[in-house]
Design a protein around this ligand. Sequence first.
Ligand code: ADP
Length: 499
Amino acid sequence: MKKYILSLDEGTTSTRSILFDRKGKIIASAQKEFTQYYPASGWVEQDAMEIYASQYATMTEAVVASGISPDEIAAVGITNQRETSVVWNKETGRPIAPAIVWQCRRTEPLCEGLKTDGYETMIREKTGLPIDAYFSASKIRWILDNTEGARDAAEKGNLLFGTIDTWLIWKLTGGKVHATDLTNASRTMLFNIHTRTWDTELLALFDIPQNMLPEVKMSADDYGTLHLLGEEIPIRGVAGDQQAALFGQACFSEGDAKNTYGTGCFLLMNTGTSPKKNDSGLITTLAATEYGRTPEYALEGSVFVGGAVIQWLRDELGFLRDSADSAYFAQKVKDNGGVYVVPAFTGLGAPHWDMHARGTITGLTRGSGRNHIIRAALESIAYQTNDILGAMQKSIDTPLRSLKVDGGASKNTFLMQFQSDISAIAVHKSGETEATALGAAFLAGLAVGFWKDRTELASLCSVSEIYFPTMRKEEREKNLIGWNKAVKMTTYLSALERE
Ligand code: ADP
């Protein structure tokens, strides 16, 4: 009987390979960073060959280090940075240009033009996405328009496109499989999330030949086989990183939400089998679903500055030596003393949407101290999360069930308790810090019968802590009023600035 699942976790800055056992526990892992290229202001590129090579190396390293035999691996799952786009020649197997990374802003003018031309509503309705340079469509267009001979080769059917999952699958299967999963497809801005097919109108709008695009499969499905240390292993799970984390946190029912507290925060909520519209600027996206089930959807929102506000206190203001100390200092004062930090360093995201806003600190008095500011900065992470949860709640009929949390800043006990208090919801901290990789493993394991069903998966998800709300309603309301006022002041200042 096979004993392990191998998860390939291809992130924005590094590739990792992790072996999980039947209990969903990590038995070995390997990680390699790869090069980021910043050829112009706002541009971010990666070398797809380097990504493939480093993924292959970590895969081999993890298996060798574990001491297991590769024939004990039941299946491989892949999870990846989303939206990053690669175009390659199918004869040579080499990319024709550097991969354009999700963060890259070079196609902003193209996206602005589409907005001016009034395409926003049509694109949002079909894809669930706002027009933005993040998503793959404008990146593919850019590569075709700016690489010599590319358009001609694409028309002749010699080029293939893929997000990083697709690129890795194609390389790992020796060019046999050109496929992606629903979650990755839903981030390209070319995929109709209702019909779940590539949209011919959008392909025409972006001038992208359909023959470049991969076949779209379920997230637990047949993606061919790879060769590893003389063994042939099936690839059976694929999902974009945030959707993989949602699955790895066992958010299987409508109203189950997860938040990853990293540099920024990524919130996703399962909304069941129908896509939910949202007026607050949240993204409607596909959730990871196995073959044989009706595809599920999710709402997604992100906090631009999450843990980064603590980094700022540490590196710019010198208030902390270590991010983790913030919990200790925050609890040295009995409350925030009326101080609110709105860390709108790069604008305010959902549901406020003000890209011109800049950070503010409000409510300072002669008695305000460093600890009040530290506390208010931590609280701001919870308030921003709460604003997104509130927007999500408006789109579903059932009440939010729980919030499952992971990521670096979820270790902060003060922050987690405050989140529970301010959102009046139970916060479950995962016992597994690698929810993303585990999600991909879960998908692959389900596809080959390594794990029986979702119930079994849920039983494998350990919860290391649960935080229950303890704050009195009046105090919660008072805090929320304070926060909302601070946000209003921030947007007011931004409006003044533009007058
Ligand atoms: P990413 O995956 O985005 O690089 P991590 O999940 O490693 O991020 O989280 C790192 C971020 O979380 C940093 O911005 C750091 O300041 C913040 N952070 C880490 N630990 C804590 C903590 N105990 N309390 C508050 N913030 C923290």
